[in-house]
Design a protein around this ligand. Structure first.
Ligand SMILES: [Zn+2]
Length: 219
């Protein structure tokens, strides 16, 4: 795992993320500018937790504290990488643990679960994170490449944890299932309701602008 951690460190340096010493995490990176506050942490588990949600909440709070998150300022977007032995066999889907809404706190924007025994992983992302998707893509590509090099024959012919199809990759979830989630999220993003709302906002701005111009020219 040491080599994979080093590869990921390089990936994050390329994305202008800064190293931070951490007693709890194998890797801790932060990025902050005028409108963005992001963190990446890799935490190793000693066991497969009985309740992953509870454990992730503890990790989320500890990491946020280390990054120096204060709720008064802008929200913190966390990308968590959690590794442990046998995680792929525990029936976990990272998509279940990412933030569903932007609640303006320290939230898990993406979660990467790595099984250190089979060298396989699964990823979950909050939707609508256009700004962070480049970072999430970079993390995912690095894991896919580095874990893929090390996956043994057994994990390369494992079954997708969502549809049960046999697949040939370092993931637990097959490409088709990952794309299905992406398509569903796109549908939410481009729903008619949302489009009408956008249209109304644009229309209001145009009308307001027209009124201002009319008033100005009548003086
Ligand atoms: Zn599948």
């Amino acid at each position: 795992m040491r080599e994979i951690i080093n590869q990921l460190r390089e990936t994050l340096h390329d994305q202008d993320y800064k190293d931070k010493e951490s007693p709890n995490a194998l890797l801790l990176f932060t990025f902050r500018n005028w409108n963005m506050n992001r963190g990446v942490a890799w935490v190793e588990l000693d066991d497969v937790p009985e309740n992953m949600g509870v454990r992730l909440n503890v990790i989320r709070k500890a990491v946020a504290k280390e990054i120096g998150y204060t709720p008064v300022f802008y929200p913190l977007g966390l990308q968590l990488i959690v590794s442990g032995k046998g995680l792929s066999l525990a029936g976990l889907d990272p998509q279940d643990y990412v933030a569903k809404i932007n609640n303006q706190t320290a939230m898990i924007q993406s979660l990467f679960l790595i099984d250190t025994e089979s060298y396989s992983f699964a990823a979950g992302r909050s939707w609508g994170q256009t700004v962070t998707s480049k970072l999430q893509d970079a993390i995912e590509e690095t894991l896919l490449r580095e874990l893929g090099k090390r996956s043994d024959a057994s994990s390369k012919s494992q079954l997708c944890t969502r549809c049960g199809d046999r697949m040939n990759s370092a993931r637990w979830v097959c490409e088709a299932c990952v794309n299905k989630v992406d398509a569903a999220q796109d549908e939410v993003r481009n729903s008619p309701k949302k489009r009408i709302l956008t249209l109304l906002i644009v229309l209001t701005i145009v009308v307001l602008f027209a009124l201002i111009v009319l008033r100005a020219s009548s003086i």
